[in-house]
Design a protein around this ligand. Structure first.
Ligand SMILES: Cc1cc2nc3c(=O)[nH]c(=O)nc-3n(C[C@H](O)[C@H](O)[C@H](O)COP(=O)(O)OP(=O)(O)OC[C@H]3O[C@@H](n4cnc5c(N)ncnc54)[C@H](O)[C@@H]3O)c2cc1C
Ligand code: SF4
Length: 648
C-alpha cells in the first residue's frame, strides 16, 4: 500500500515534530524516517492494523483532528512547531486510551527510526550528536557459517519422523534431543539464518533482520512492547545470556497445575542437561560501568545482589559486548544455533529457514505433518509422525488455532514479565552500551507477596531502549535526554505477573495480543519503581526519571523521592501512561493436568491432537519469575525425550 501525498505530508509533519533535528543535525524527514517507518508498517502482518495507520494519516492533517488535539482550526502541518508539540502532548495525555495508544505508536516509530537509521554513508550524524559510537561493523575474523539450511527452489514435499516448527529456545532444543535419539527431524523456521559473520551491532539491521516484526510488535493497545527473536535460534540468538534455573517454588507451583514431573527428578535431569550443554557458569560477570552503579547502589542499601549465571563460553565482557542483543560477533553466546541445532544438524537434521508454517496437518485426530510456505512463495509440505510447535508464546497459539484446535485454554494465561525502567543520570560517563550484557541482579523485592514481586536487572543501552522507555514532552527536552545517553544507567524492574493476558487469533489467523496489568501486579511494579529509584540514589545518580509518559523525575535529596512517587501515581500505571516492554513471553498454551485448565497434557501433547506437542515458552503453567530461557529449554528437553520414547 502506498501513501497519498496528503498522508505523506501528515507523516512527515508528525516525524519532524518529534525529531526536528538539533545543533545542526537533520530532522526526521532529512534522515529518511517517514519512508522507513512506512516500510516497517508494511511488515506488520495484520492488514487491519496497516489500514488503521493509513486511516489515521488520512485524517491527521485535517482541521477536525487538529482541533481535537487542541490545535484550533488550522491543519497540523500549517501549525508552528510549538503548537504541533501541544497537539501531540494532547494525544499523549488524552483520557481516551486509543488516542494515547496512537500517540505511543507514532512516538516510538518516529523516534526509534530517527535514532537507528544509519543515514546515507552508514554513520548517522545523530549518533555523533548524542555521543553514541554506532555499530561495531562485522568481525573480520568471524568463522564461516557452520550450518547449511536446505535450499527450497520449488514446491517441495519432505518426509521425516518429527517436524519441529521454530528453532528458538524450545524448538532448537527439541530438535537436538530428538535427533540425538536417532529420529529423522526437519526444522521449519520462519526467520533467516544469521551468524557471527553477519552480526555488526547495528540496531536498524539487528531489529529488522532478527526480531519479530522488526522489533515493532506490541499488545493491541500499544501498552506493552513485545520483543522476541525471529531468526534461526529465535530468542537465543539475540538474548542477553542470563541463565537462571527454574526456582524451586515455581517448580512446586507448576507441579500443582497437574504436572508432577516439574517437582521431580525428571525435570531436574533436564535442567542439568540443558545447563551442561549450554555451559552455564558464573565466571563471566565483569560488571560494566553501568552495572557498577547497580552494584554500588545495592551494596550501599545492604540489599541482595548476586552474579548472573550465563550461557557463554569465552565471553569477552568488554567493549563489543553491549551489542550482544544484535548477535554475538565472537561466537561466545551458546544459542541453540551453537548447541542443539548444531548437534541436530550433525545428526542429519534438515533445517529450513525463511519458511513459515501455516498449519499442522491433522489426520484421524493425529498430527501428520506441516504445511508451510517459503518467503520465495514455494509450498513446503512436511509429512511427519509427530509435530512439535516451538513458535514461541505468540505464534504457537496462532498455529494451533489455524490448525483447527479448539481447546479454550489455547491463547489464554499469557504472561509477559512486563518490564519498566527507572533511569539514573550520573556525573561520570558510563557509556551504557558497553560491557557484559547482564552480570548482576537483585532479588530484594522478588517475594513481595508469596511468589510474586520484581527482580532488578540492567542491560546494555543503545539509543533505541532509551527512546522506548522515556517520555517525550517536547523535541528540545527529548534531545537533551538523548544527549545524556552516555551518562545514563537503566535499572529494569522485571515483574513476575500473577494475572495475565491472552493471545487471540484474528480471521486471517494472525495473533492479536491483549494484556492489561491488574491492580495486584501494578502494586508490585510501583514498589519496584521506588526500589530502583532508591538504588540510583544510593549509587550517586544526579537525576532519576521513570518511563512514564510525563516527566516524572527528581534530583535526589529533600524528599524528592516521595514527590517522584506522587507524580508517578498521578500520571498513572495504565496503557500509554507508563511504558512497559516484554522480553519474556509465556504461558499461552500451557501444560497441566486437565483440558479444562490447560492446552497440553503433562507430556506437552495437545489434549485434542495426538502427536502434536508444544515445546516452547507457551507451555509454562504460569510465569517463571526468572528469565525463562533455561526453563523453556528444559521443558523442551523433557518433552522431547518423551516424544522420542513414544516414537521408538
Ligand atoms: C532481547 C531479549 C533478551 C532476552 N534475554 C534473555 C536472557 O538473558 N535470559 C533468558 O532466560 N531469556 C531471555 N530472553 C527471553 C528468551 O530469549 C525467550 O523467552 C526464549 O527465546 C523464547 O523461547 P521460545 O522457544 O518460546 O521462542 P523463540 O525463541 O522466540 O523461538 C520461536 C521461533 O519460532 C519461529 N516461528 C514463529 N512462528 C513460526 C511459524 N509459523 N513457522 C515457522 N517458524 C515460526 C520464530 O521465527 C522464532 O525463531 C530475552 C528475549 C529477548 C527478546
Ligand atoms: S557479552 Fe559479548 S562475548 Fe559475551 S556473549 Fe555477548 S557479545 Fe558475546
Amino acid at each position: 500500500m502506498e501513501l497519498t501525498p496528503k498522508q505523506w505530508r501528515a507523516l512527515e509533519a508528525i516525524c519532524d515534530t518529534f525529531a526536528p533535528g538539533a545543533n545542526g543535525t537533520p530532522g526526521a524527514t532529512g534522515m529518511g524516517v517517514p519512508r522507513v517507518l512506512w516500510d516497517a508498517v508494511g511488515r506488520n502482518p495484520r492488514e487491519a492494523e496497516r489500514k488503521q495507520v493509513a486511516q489515521l494519516l488520512s485524517l491527521w492533517d485535517t482541521r477536525l483532528v487538529t482541533a481535537l488535539g487542541g490545535g484550533g482550526l488550522t491543519r497540523f502541518s500549517d501549525l508552528s512547531p510549538a503548537r504541533r508539540e501541544e497537539v501531540l502532548r494532547a494525544w499523549c495525555d488524552s483520557r481516551i486510551p486509543q488516542r494515547r495508544a496512537a500517540f505511543q505508536a507514532l512516538r516510538k516509530g518516529a523516534l526509534l527510526f530517527y535514532y537507528m537509521v544509519p543515514g546515507e554513508n552508514g554513520r548517522s550524524p545523530v549518533w555523533d550528536r548524542i555521543g553514541y559510537p554506532g555499530p561495531l561493523g562485522p568481525n573480520p575474523d568471524a568463522p564461516r557459517k557452520a550450518l547449511e539450511p536446505l535450499a527450497v527452489d520449488g514446491d517441495t514435499t519432505l518426509e521425516c519422523d518429527v517436524c519441529v516448527v521454530g528453532s528458538g529456545a524450545g524448538g532448537g532444543t527439541a530438535a537436538g534431543v530428538l535427533a540425538a535419539a536417532g529420529l529423522d527431524v526437519v526444522v521449519v523456521e520462519a526467520g533467516g539464518y544469521y551468524d557471527d559473520e553477519d552480526f555488526d551491532g547495528g540496531e536498524f539491521e539487528g531489529y529488522g533482520r532478527m526480531y519479530m516484526y522488526g522489533g515493532g510488535a506490541a499488545t493491541h493497545d500499544q501498552s506493552v512492547a513485545l520483543l522476541a527473536g525471529s531468526c534461526l535460534g529465535g530468542g537465543t540468538t539475540i538474548n542477553y545470556t542470563t541463565s537462571f534455573r527454574t526456582p524451586d517454588d515455581v517448580r512446586e507451583e507448576w507441579a500443582a497445575h497437574g504436572v508432577p514431573a516439574f517437582a521431580g527428578d525428571e525435570y531436574a535431569r533436564s535442567l542439568d542437561a540443558v545447563c551442561e550443554r549450554l555451559g552455564v557458569n558464573q565466571e563471566h560477570n565483569a560488571p560494566s560501568s553501568r552495572e557498577q552503579a547497580l552494584q554500588r547502589g545495592l551494596t550501599g542499601l545492604g540489599w541482595h545482589a548476586d552474579f548472573m549465571p550465563r550461557n557463554v563460553r569465552g565471553c569477552e565482557q568488554g567493549k563489543v559486548c553491549g551489542y550482544c542483543n544484535y548477535g554475538c560477533r565472537l561466537g561466545a553466546k551458546q544459542s541453540t544455533v551453537k548447541t542443539w541445532l548444531a548437534d541436530a544438524y550433525a545428526a542429519g537434521t534438515r533445517i529450513l529457514v525463511g519458511t513459515h508454517a501455516e498449519r499442522v496437518i491433522v489426520e484421524r485426530g493425529a498430527a501428520a505433518g506441516v504445511e508451510a510456505r517459503t518467503t520465495g512463495g514455494h509450498r513446503v509440505s512436511v509429512r511427519a509422525r509427530a509435530v512439535v510447535s516451538g513458535c514461541g508464546a505468540i505464534h504457537t497459539p496462532a498455529l494451533l488455532r489455524r490448525s483447527g484446535l479448539e481447546n479454550i485454554n489455547i491463547g489464554k494465561h499469557l504472561r509477559l514479565h512486563p518490564a519498566t525502567v527507572v533511569w539514573g543520570v550520573y556525573d561520570e560517563e558510563v557509556r551504557p552500551w558497553e560491557g557484559t550484557m547482564q552480570a548482576i541482579y537483585s532479588d530484594q523485592h522478588r517475594y513481595l507477596d508469596g511468589g510474586y514481586g520484581v527482580k532488578y536487572e540492567t542491560a546494555a543501552i543503545h539509543p533505541s531502549l532509551l527512546v522506548v522507555f522515556s517520555p517525550w514532552r517536547s523535541a528540545a527536552e527529548h534531545a537533551r535526554m538523548m544527549e545524556a545517553l552516555p551518562h545514563s544507567v537503566p535499572i529494569g524492574i522485571l515483574l513476575r505477573d500473577r494475572d495475565g493476558g491472552e493471545v487471540k487469533v484474528d480471521r486471517a489467523g494472525q495473533p492479536v495480543v491483549k494484556y492489561r496489568l491488574s491492580d495486584y501486579d501494578v502494586h508490585h511494579v510501583r514498589r519496584g519503581v521506588e526500589g530502583a529509584a532508591e538504588i540510583h540514589e544510593a549509587a550517586g545518580a544526579q537525576r532519576v526519571f521513570s518511563s512514564h509518559s510525563r516527566d516524572v523525575s527528581y534530583t535526589p535529596g529533600n524528599g524528592g523521592r516521595a514527590r517522584f512517587m506522587q507524580e508517578a501515581d498521578a500520571c498513572g500505571w495504565d496503557t500509554g501512561r507508563c511504558t512497559y516492554g516484554s522480553f519474556h513471553i509465556m504461558g499461552s498454551a500451557r501444560m497441566g493436568g486437565s483440558p479444562e485448565t490447560s492446552a497440553c497434557n503433562p507430556r506437552g501433547e495437545t489434549w485434542e491432537v495426538r502427536g502434536l506437542y508444544v515445546c516452547d515458552g507457551s507451555a509454562f503453567p504460569s510465569a517463571s519469575g526468572v528469565n525463562p530461557m533455561i526453563s523453556i529449554e528444559s521443558i523442551a528437553h523433557m518433552n522431547a525425550a518423551g516424544i522420542a520414547d513414544s516414537l521408538r
